[in-house]
Every structure is written in C-alpha cells, then in structure tokens.
Design a protein around this ligand. Structure first.
Ligand SMILES: [Cu+2]
Length: 116
C-alpha cells in the first residue's frame, strides 16, 4: 500500500486529471471558502470550489441579507450584521443564488472537481 501510494504521488497530476484522485486527496480538497456580503453585494460574486467545500457567507453589511438558491436547494434565514450562513457543496454544478430581501443581489457558486 505504501509503494502504491508513492506511485500515485508521482502520478498525482495525471490522477487528478482523470478524475480519480486517491481518497486522501479528496479529504484535502474538502475545504472551506468564504463570501462576504457588504454594500449590497456578494464578494466574490462567482466562487469556484471543489466538491465537498463548505462555503460560509458573512453579512458585513448594515442591512439584513439572505442567501437563497434560485430553485430553493438551500436558503438562509435573514442574516443580520455579522450573522453567518454555511452550505456544503457535494455535487458538481452551478448554483445561482440571490438575496430574498433584495432580489437584484445575485451570486453564483461553481462546484467542479480539481483539474477539470
Ligand atoms: Cu439583501
């Protein structure tokens, strides 16, 4: 198993490219990312993450905001100043969301495997 792991490490780039990373790499890829809500904007407006990433929105604005996926796949309560909302993205895809209080506020999470 050790020898096999060493071999896989040598072929790491290839392994990721073909979409078959060793399990321990998946654990590494499962990380976190942050989106700031301020001045009626989500920053970054488009965030690209690997599957398994937990995204946390923090409302740094003086106004309440929310995070609502357009098809209702996830939604936060109204977030007051300094409130946070987290969502883990397991499945690859694009997730468009908006603020239910100010629908002109929009953002997007793009979930795609590393190397794709
Ligand atoms: Cu808002």
């Amino acid at each position: 198993m050790i020898a096999k792991t060493a071999l896989l490490s040598g072929a790491l780039g290839l392994a990721v490219l073909v979409g078959a990373p060793p399990r321990e790499l998946s654990a590494d890829a499962a990380s976190s990312a942050a989106i700031q809500i301020d001045n009626f904007h989500y920053t970054p407006a488009t965030l690209v993450v690997a599957p398994g990433t937990t995204v946390t929105w923090t409302n740094d604005d003086d106004s309440p905001h929310s995070v609502r996926e357009k098809d209702g796949k996830f939604k936060s309560a109204a977030l007051d100043t300094d409130d946070k909302f987290s969502q883990t993205f397991a499945a690859p895809g694009e997730y468009e969301y908006f603020c239910s209080i100010h629908p002109y506020m929009t953002g997007k999470i793009v979930v795609k495997p590393a190397g794709s």
